[in-house]
Design a protein around this ligand. Sequence first.
Ligand SMILES: [Fe+2]
Length: 239
Amino acid sequence: MTSYTQDDLWVWKTLFQRQRKNIPQKASSAYIQALERMKPVLNADEIPDFEKINDWFSKHNGWELQVVPGLIPVEDFFQLLAEKKFCSSTWLRAKNSLDYLEEPDMFHDVFGHVPLLSNPVFSDFVYEFGKLGCQFIGEPERLLQLQRLYWFTIEFGVISEQNKIKSYGAGILSSYGETNQIDLMKANFLNYDIEQIIQKGFRTDVMQEDYFVVDNFDVLFSSLQKLASHWQKTPILKV
Ligand SMILES: [Fe+2]
């Protein structure tokens, strides 16, 4: 088990409280509900204990957090998702760089990603996404397309609720600046289009300019099924 310092606790608590206060009108209602639901194991007062979180999930929908040292091969990442294992780091950004954006730390992984894993439709989408990736291991172009899909949904997805753009992507919800940028509409909001998404490159080192808007999470799930059946009918010939 990782041991944490008082500074780590301060960082976790500060980030959690600041963003919890920031998101009520900006995060999707599904995310807010999920954060409330997981409050006993996910709150500002304690640095997440993965054993407790995994125990919580074992009584709900069977997801599990898997500690990873950093970036892992994409094949392993898909394999873990297909086993309902979500990768998380356990380190926290430094006290003097609260708005750190480069590599995902535990605040990104846990505050950003974990709550919606408790949402039935969304977590099924993530699970199916992992299974689809596993079917196409060895086809780098398709894995790249799936990474783009991941980026524009699970990381930077937004949803329309009562004609307002709300965030559900972890890359947004774990970033104070990005959450507010979207709220100020300083970005392009495009209709969700999986064909367009899988062809679209992205940058990890700047705030995003383009976001794809869904009306509900069922749209994500059904678009993935459509993509899967299309790909299954048109395998790429390996040389
Ligand atoms: Fe992430």
